[in-house]
Design a protein around this ligand. Structure first.
Ligand code: ADP
Length: 364
């Protein structure tokens, strides 16, 4: 038996006849938790405050019928199971309500104690099965998205260093010059390093995904120095002046790998989306620890992002430009990783002037 089902079913019973309400409560108070309402309005108000597993309503009431009431309930509160109490003459309306899916079961009046018990118990079980199914479906959709992401990541982040290695090896095989050979070998080892880093990040990402955060004390001087070193040669080769600055007097704890994954994506974009003809290209990275938060800024004076596209750049596969190669996963990855930390990421960008990403992460 599922743990949720160890609790009692919460039943909302709506009937305009007070005597029925009283006898219902007297009869089932030990089996169910019960809420009573003598009008549809009162019942709707209760529904806005708590969610029962099962709602039982009388069909014949003075202002709205039980079916009309359930129509409203279905729209606003679709999760509870709806059970209608009807007398014999109401069969036509009942058939319609069943066909429209507005009720889960009906019970004929006068009701029999055991029938109410059985219907509520079934409804209670069904409530959990249905909701569990919805959770599993959501997880499945997420898993599919992940798989797509993986395929695109492989083509994007794994292929480009591989293609680089292939091109350099061709050059290498034709060269007799020692200095050239040395330079090519270094380039190959750099690309192999990028591949290794990618695989490492991928594994780390799946670790994050499974919820295994590794909280550690973070020294942002050390963290940004590592990142700056990682991107130094790439930035230099493109004439980009990259600087970083840290203000940290307090201790900060969180998962450094998740933070690194996010900043890496921002830096590689800042390198990628520079303006070709700009003589003074720069990237500024800042980390400021204030109280129990860190504010990390990655800013560039590159091509900027059209305001129309800005709201969509964190979506998977979304690309706002064809100015450089990309797959549209980087920022999705960054946001996904940061969500795990309860962090926030914002963008401020002016087209043809530059882009500033700001991340705010709480200490754990
Ligand atoms: P990719 O870079 O692979 O296309 P991302 O998810 O990393 O995918 O980024 C989504 C889009 O956001 C990019 O296609 C680009 O248009 C825009 N973008 C991201 N960072 C920057 C930046 N620093 N400057 C200009 N545009 C950017």
């Amino acid at each position: 038996m599922k743990t949720e089902n160890l609790q009692k079913p919460l039943v909302l019973y709506l009937d305009d006849e007070r005597n029925n309400l009283i006898s219902f409560k007297a009869m089932f108070r030990l089996d169910f938790d019960i809420k009573l309402a003598s009008s549809a309005e009162e019942a709707l108000k209760m529904l806005s405050e708590c969610e029962p597993h099962v709602i039982i309503s009388d069909y014949r009431m003075p202002f709205v019928s039980g079916i009309e009431f359930f129509e409203k309930v279905k729209e606003r509160y679709p999760k509870p199971l709806r059970v209608l109490l009807t007398a014999y003459g109401d069969m036509n309306a009942l058939t319609e309500a069943i066909n429209k899916g507005n009720i889960y079961r009906y019970i004929k009046k006068p009701w029999v104690e055991q029938e109410i018990r059985d219907v509520v118990r079934d409804g209670f079980e069904f409530y959990f099965t249905k909701n569990e199914l919805a959770i599993r479906n959501k997880e499945l959709v997420e898993a599919h998205k992940d798989l797509d992401r993986f395929v695109y990541s492989v083509s994007h982040d794994l292929r480009s260093p591989l293609m680089g290695i292939l091109a350099i090896s061709n050059l290498l095989s034709k060269s007799n010059n020692f200095n050239e050979i040395k330079e090519y070998t270094e380039l190959i080892s750099k690309n192999v390093g990028r591949l290794d880093e990618f695989i490492h990040n991928l594994l780390e990402y799946y670790k994050i995904k499974r919820g295994e955060l590794t909280i550690k004390q973070i020294d942002f001087n050390e963290l940004l120095a590592t990142l700056a070193e990682m991107y130094e040669s790439d930035a230099k080769s493109k004439n980009i002046h990259m600087t970083y600055e840290v203000e940290q007097d307090e201790e900060f704890n969180n998962d450094p790998l998740v933070i690194i994954v996010a900043i890496q994506n921002l830096i590689s974009n800042a390198i990628k989306y520079q303006r070709e003809n700009n003589p003074d290209k720069w990237i500024r990275i800042k980390a400021i620890v204030e109280g129990s938060l860190v504010r990390i800024v990655v800013e560039d004076n590159g091509i900027g992002i059209d305001p129309e596209y800005q709201p969509r750049i964190f979506e998977m596969f979304y690309r706002a430009t064809a100015a450089a190669m990309g797959s549209g996963i980087g920022l999705y990855n960054a946001k996904h990783a940061l969500d795990k930390l309860g962090a926030e990421i914002k963008v401020h960008s002016v087209l043809h002037e530059g882009t500033k990403f700001e991340i705010i992460i709480p200490s754990k």
